[in-house]
Design a protein. Structure first.
Lengths: 243, 421
């Protein structure tokens, strides 16, 4: 354990372009009938600028993996380095800062705040890094224009279609200029033509150099990523790059 | 809690509170109502106490008053029903008491004694007293002087008249200065006016004429007779020492007067005693209890409002589980979340508390201005220190009320909060 950790901290990552480095990662949940192991020793690297689909059946551990990668959930053993930082035993404030600065989240059900209009929803992550209000608005508006919602700035979520909501959510994920975008079934609640638009938007983000990790059970969606990691029962059963 | 001092953080809280106007309004109302009632209760208690003090205002509260009646017990061969009369020797007995301070007697000339100046005449009450009387009665000299020891010793024919008497007898001149040095006829005898007084006891107490007791006894057939004997005990405030001193003084004066006039020392019909120290102390004890009770009831009301605030915030946190999880995913720290809920509690309680406070003080001020004088409420007021204390307690309780919901909010695991159904 200790040696592995030293490797992550002491020596620079395997290659300078490595964004995510996971080694021997294990996680289990306590249940009534003893611990349920969800992740059973995962090893993989993801390079900066890669787009990766994580696929698998329900219960394969893909959502748990995404939560661990997003610093929303702790793991039991192994190592996980994000952009060169060891993430074990992070205190709350550091984890919050790393989420804010390095990560952007996109969820299946959008998770927009109903009280706020599109601009305020997008600006919210900047609030937690003490960006001045005018700067927050400026960047939120610019990001909404970037995702094609220049004419929906002051609309509230209930005035937007599903595709528009997901665009707002993506704008919110991108407004902090994160290194990694974590998407959990981002097209799960959308029809196929809207899904295509959203995937095109995500691909354009990758083209700008951001890393995209997308959890899905939809193989058509996965096929649009450069690489597909398939999980089964908490283990990686295949890791394929698109030719 | 980086946001605690930033306007942005407050704005987040305000926007959230205003987005649920009914709930916010009802909770704020309960807090405001609690504070409002606390203020009203305190003011009502104060007003009641003010009325009580007003009713005691006339005479020194540390005074003991003695007057006589007929004996109700046989004693030393004397039958029951003998009338006891005080005289000048009893004044000496009172002066000899170690507890006594100011000592005076009263001799009241016959009630048909008329007072006249030039063409005007009236039958104002006349009291003839010793110089110390002014301390017991609360007589305030407006001009000139009160009766002094030489007046008494030399039986001078001088008079001190009340403001109302002066106004009646001297309708043309300044009633405070015009009478000085003039000669009044009191029961046909000329007395020189040496002073004009006012009295906290009100107009009735100013419709009086004071004469030296010795002069009046000699002029109106009193010989050495006195009608009442009064003396003060200890300092003019109520403490354990003055109560004990009053008890001792009453016991010894009873014994001495009884021996002097030869009646049974326990004969309460023969010698009547009014001890204002004990009466005042009793009433004051009631008010101390009342004040305590007022605070308990008032703070109970405020506390109930606080429980309401805590409850509302708990519901709010429950309802916002997803939002809190999301905020964490976007970079909110535990402290940010705790700060947000505490700010909500603080804002709710302090704004609503201040509103209740202002409404309460407004009503009290209105009552002070518009309420006619009466025997039950007088000068209702809340003292600023208690009110500020209440506000500080309010805000503190608001934060305490917010603490449980805040910690619960901070404990929301983002993974669970963000799970898609």
């Amino acid at each position: 354990m200790r040696q592995e950790r030293c490797r992550v901290e002491g020596v620079s990552p395997v290659s300078p372009g490595t964004m995510i480095q996971v080694r021997a990662l294990e996680k289990s949940y306590p249940t009534g009938s003893g611990p349920l192991t969800v992740l059973r020793g995962l090893d993989f690297h993801i390079a900066a600028g890669e787009s990766v689909a994580i696929v698998g059946a329900s219960g394969s551990g893909k959502s748990t993996l995404l939560n661990v990668l997003g610093l929303l959930d702790a793991f039991d053993s192994g190592t996980y380095a994000l952009a060169g930082h060891d993430t074990r035993n992070l205190d709350d404030a550091t984890a919050a800062r790393m989420r804010n600065e390095l990560l952007g989240f996109v969820f299946q059900s959008f998770h927009l705040l109903g009280d706020k209009d599109a601009v305020d929803n997008v600006a919210l992550p900047l609030f937690y890094r003490n960006t001045p209000r005018r700067e927050r608005r400026r960047r939120a508006i610019a990001m909404l224009e970037r995702v094609g919602l220049a004419d929906r700035l002051d609309h509230h979520p209930n005035q937007l279609s599903g595709g528009q909501k997901q665009r707002v959510a993506i704008a919110r994920a991108l407004v902090t200029e994160p290194k990694v975008l974590l998407a959990d079934e981002p097209t799960g609640a959308l029809d196929s033509s809207t899904s295509t638009e959203i995937l095109a938007l995500l691909e354009s983000v990758v083209a700008e150099g951001k890393t995209l990790i997308l959890v899905t059970h939809d193989l058509e969606v996965a096929a649009r990523m450069q690489r597909t990691i398939r999980l089964h029962d908490g283990r990686i059963v295949s890791d394929e790059r698109r030719a | 809690m980086r946001g605690l001092l930033s306007i942005d953080a407050w704005e987040e809280v305000v926007v959230h509170l205003l987005s649920r106007p009914l709930r916010t309004g009802l909770t704020a109302f309960s807090v405001a109502w609690g504070v409002f009632m606390l203020i009203l209760l305190l003011a009502a208690g104060d007003g009641l106490e003010g009325a009580m003090r007003w009713n005691f205002r006339d005479d020194a509260i540390n005074s003991i008053w003695l007057w006589t009646g007929k004996t109700s017990r046989p004693h030393d061969g004397h039958p029951v029903g003998r009338r006891i009369e005080l005289n000048d020797d009893d004044v000496l007995l009172a002066e000899a008491l170690p507890e006594s301070g100011h000592v005076t007697a009263r001799f009241i000339p016959p009630s048909d004694t008329r007072i006249a100046y030039r063409g005007r005449a009236a039958s104002f009450d006349i009291r003839s007293t010793h110089p110390d009387h002014r301390h017991i009665e609360g007589t305030v000299m407006e001009t000139g002087r009160f009766i002094n020891h030489r007046d008494v010793a030399e039986r001078r024919k001088v008079a001190v008249i009340g403001r109302q008497v002066a106004a009646f007898l001297f309708p043309e001149g300044n009633p405070l200065t015009a009478p000085l040095g003039t000669e009044l006829r009191v029961g046909g005898i000329a007395f020189t006016v040496v002073g004009v007084f006012s009295d906290d006891g009100g107009e009735r107490e100013e419709q009086l004429v004071y004469l030296p007791i010795t002069t009046a006894q000699a002029s109106f057939g009193g010989r050495d007779h006195i009608d009442q004997l009064m003396f003060t005990v200890g300092p003019p405030d109520i403490d354990g020492a003055s109560l004990e001193a009053a008890d001792r003084a009453v016991a010894s004066i009873r014994a001495r007067v009884a021996q002097h006039h030869s009646f049974h020392p326990a004969d309460r019909a023969a010698l009547r005693v009014r001890d204002r120290i004990h009466s005042y102390g009793d009433v004051q004890a009631v008010f101390t209890q009342l004040r305590r009770f007022t605070w308990i009831v008032g703070l109970g009301t405020v506390l109930a409002a606080m429980v309401g605030v805590g409850n509302t915030l708990l519901i709010s946190v429950k309802e916002r589980t997803r939002e809190l999880g999301l905020r964490k995913a976007l970079g909110a720290r535990r402290g940010d979340i705790i700060g947000m809920v505490l700010q909500e509690a603080f804002l709710l309680t302090s704004v609503a508390g201040w509103m209740g406070l202002l409404a309460g003080i407004g009503l009290v001020e209105a009552a002070r201005r518009w309420l006619p004088d009466n025997d039950y409420l007088r000068d209702p007021d809340v003292d600023l220190a208690s009110v500020l204390l209440a506000v500080v307690a309010l805000v503190f309780t608001g934060l305490v009320a917010g603490l449980v919901p805040a910690l619960q909010a901070a404990a929301v695991p983002p993974v669970v909060a963000l799970q898609d159904e």
